[in-house]
Design a protein around this ligand. Structure first.
Ligand code: SF4
Ligand code: SF4
Ligand code: SF4
Length: 303
């Protein structure tokens, strides 16, 4: 079935509106940059704490609390409360690293995109599952040793990984903390001091490599980092399958034209999911499928 012009316009308007919301959220998360207070917002997003930010993503806070032997009630509550009600909603509408990927995708829309199969998408998520599990295990191990009074030994053993193991390698930390520091806050010297690295340090090159990998990946696979690697997306994907708010398909209206699948930025195979609710861990409730469906068959569902 051909695209309806009105629906195409709807989709464009929705994407512009979403970019606006993402930008407002980004400002909200970086109020410290505008001299407003300290960190106070904890959401299930990929946002590290920095000298600019008034927020810290729940997965970063979770690591910080585990490694310092504090029961991580706040980040766990953020994950479970938001995830069980809204699923991955903040991935589409509030995450700065998600916004970065969307903008990069729009700017490189002339590049031919690669759309992996559903199986590839779900199989590659195993890498994200591994990153998430390994980070939580390592953080817990560090925290237990700190609680047992082994802080000095553990700091000597884990060095830069001791506070937030995944933050050292995360491309969002590189983008939102290291790069701004490099350019806006006194140049390369501050960058090195902040990280306690020297430029030749193998970890520096590793994190630069991961950032460049993520950058190139996102150009070719829309939201590639969100699909397969991000620990927040992994955790929220599990919760989102059972969330109160989700997306459903009215089978009495659906003509199986496939447009909803074509526009889905996360590559969700909507027609393969139960019509009463998309239970795919990749779905971010972005609403693109609703805006694009020519039969108005896609709808928000409350279960
Ligand atoms: S999956 Fe993507 S949008 Fe969601 S928190 Fe991670 S980087 Fe952000
Ligand atoms: S839900 Fe809408 S866009 Fe998707 S296949 Fe059915 S009619 Fe087409
Ligand atoms: S299934 Fe619909 S709401 Fe979910 S990610 Fe795809 S386009 Fe967005």
């Amino acid at each position: 079935m051909a695209w309806h012009k009105k629906k195409k316009t709807n989709l464009t308007k929705l994407r512009i509106f979403r970019t606006f919301v993402q930008f407002v959220m980004f400002i909200l998360m970086n109020l410290t940059f505008f001299l407003f207070g300290a960190t106070w917002l904890v959401l299930p997003i990929n946002m590290p704490r920095s000298i600019f930010s008034s927020s810290e993503g729940a997965f970063f806070l979770l690591q910080r609390m585990l490694t310092t032997a504090i029961v991580p009630l706040v980040p766990l509550a953020a994950f479970f409360l938001i995830g069980s009600i809204f699923g991955r909603l903040f991935c589409a509408w509030g995450c700065p690293f998600g916004m970065f990927q969307d903008l990069l995708g729009y700017l490189t829309s002339w590049v031919r995109k690669y759309e992996p199969t559903q199986d590839t998408n779900l199989n590659l998520r195993q890498i994200g599952e591994f990153i998430t599990g390994a980070t939580l295990l390592l953080s817990t191990f560090i925290g237990v040793n700190v609680a047992l009074g082994e802080r000095a030994t553990i700091e000597a053993s884990f060095d830069v990984f001791v506070e937030q193991p995944w933050a050292v390698l995360s491309p969002s930390v590189f983008l939102f903390t290291a790069i701004p520091l490099l350019f806006w806050w006194g140049g390369i010297e501050n960058f090195i001091i902040w990280e306690k690295f020297v430029l030749i340090n193998v970890i520096f090159w590793l994190r630069l490599f991961i950032f460049i990998f993520a950058f190139i990946l996102v150009i070719y696979v829309p939201r590639g980092w969100c699909r397969w690697f991000c620990p927040v997306g992994i955790i929220m994907g599990h919760l989102g399958k059972y969330s109160l708010v989700g997306i459903g398909r009215n089978i009495s209206k659906c003509t199986h034209c496939g447009i909803c699948e074509d526009v889905c930025p996360m590559g969700v195979r909507i027609l393969a999911d139960p019509p009463e609710k998309v239970r795919n861990p990749l779905c971010t409730n972005c609403l693109d499928c609703i805006a694009a469906c020519p039969e108005d068959a896609m709808e928000i569902k409350f279960l």
